[in-house]
Design a protein around this ligand. Structure first.
Ligand SMILES: C[S@@+](CC[C@H](N)C(=O)[O-])C[C@H]1O[C@@H](n2cnc3c(N)ncnc32)[C@H](O)[C@@H]1O
Length: 267
């Protein structure tokens, strides 16, 4: 068995697990856009990874901008775009903390960032900077759909999840572990193991990182400071008709500019 680190250097195996719900996620985003958005067709995906949602959006006639830190993920995204899609999708290597090109200010009708990627931003300053930058890119009536797992600070034991997928002839088993949260440092230790086995492959890709933690109140306070209001909160089950109940941790926030004096971005 060969041991590797960094699952984002292996987009094919990453997507064998996280790329299986893409059509349903895009249906959900379109549903949210119909309900809360302005109907515009220019969309943005911060931290777009290997571009599965961008490719799906392009197929549906949207014009999209995506960016990511990882050149390996972006290379996979560029390769997967069909000639027809590549005219509709522009890709950039950039960081969530800073992406705000002047030519795109006020031009994005919907931004989306699902699967807890926002939690990579490891400080309040970084998270605030990302939200303010993304808010500047939104057009009038534009929305930011931000999905991430909130933290129950009373949890003392690790949280584990397991998925199984396939890539070509290989079987991919994914185990993630989120350690108990540390309220003082606002972080929890994450570990992901992708075990890939098949006729010509025998790999263990083990990745470790730290995720920032948010209670519901911490998330709402951050959104307020960024000048954003919560129009709705849904669940990771991507059901349009059910809003998330107060005690659910998996949250998809629909955010928009808050024009009220209390929502005006400061600092
Ligand atoms: C969980 S993947 C999500 C990819 C894609 N959004 C999807 O749904 O398939 C997280 C992505 O975030 C990227 N990433 C992590 N930190 C980042 C940062 N500070 N700025 C930009 N991208 C970042 C990683 O390179 C990775 O591609």
């Amino acid at each position: 068995m060969k041991r590797l680190t960094d699952w984002y250097a292996h987009p094919r195996y990453y997507e064998a697990i996280f790329g299986t719900d893409t059509e349903r996620e895009m249906d959900f985003l379109e549903g949210l856009h119909r309900r809360y958005g302005n109907g515009g067709r220019r969309w943005l995906e911060p931290a777009c990874g290997a571009g599965r949602l961008l490719a799906e959006g392009a197929k549906r006639g949207l014009t999209l901008v995506g960016y990511d830190l990882s050149e390996r993920m972006l290379a996979y995204a560029r390769k997967r775009m069909r000639p027809a899609s590549s005219a509709r999708v522009s890709l950039h290597q950039a960081r969530m903390e800073a992406f705000c090109p002047p030519q795109l200010v006020g031009r994005m009708d919907l931004a989306f960032n699902l699967v807890s990627t926002f939690r990579y931003l490891d400080s309040e300053a970084a998270a605030l900077s990302h939200l303010r930058a993304t808010a500047r890119l939104l057009s009038r009536g534009g929305i930011y759909v931000l999905g991430f797992h909130l933290t129950d600070y009373a949890r003392r034991t690790p949280e584990r999840e397991r998925w199984v997928g396939h890539a070509g002839g290989a079987r991919v088993v994914c185990n993630t572990r989120e350690g108990a949260p540390d309220r003082a440092s606002r972080s929890s230790a994450m570990r992901n193991r992708l075990r890939v086995t098949g006729p010509r492959v025998d790999l263990l890709i083990e990745t470790e990182w730290s995720f920032r933690t948010y209670s519901g109140a911490q998330a709402r306070s951050l959104f307020r400071r960024a000048g954003l209001k919560v129009l709705a909160r849904h669940d990771f089950d991507y059901t349009l008709d059910a809003q998330a109940a107060g005690d659910r941790l998996d949250s998809v926030f629909v955010l928009a500019h808050d024009p009220s004096p209390s929502g005006r971005a400061t600092g």
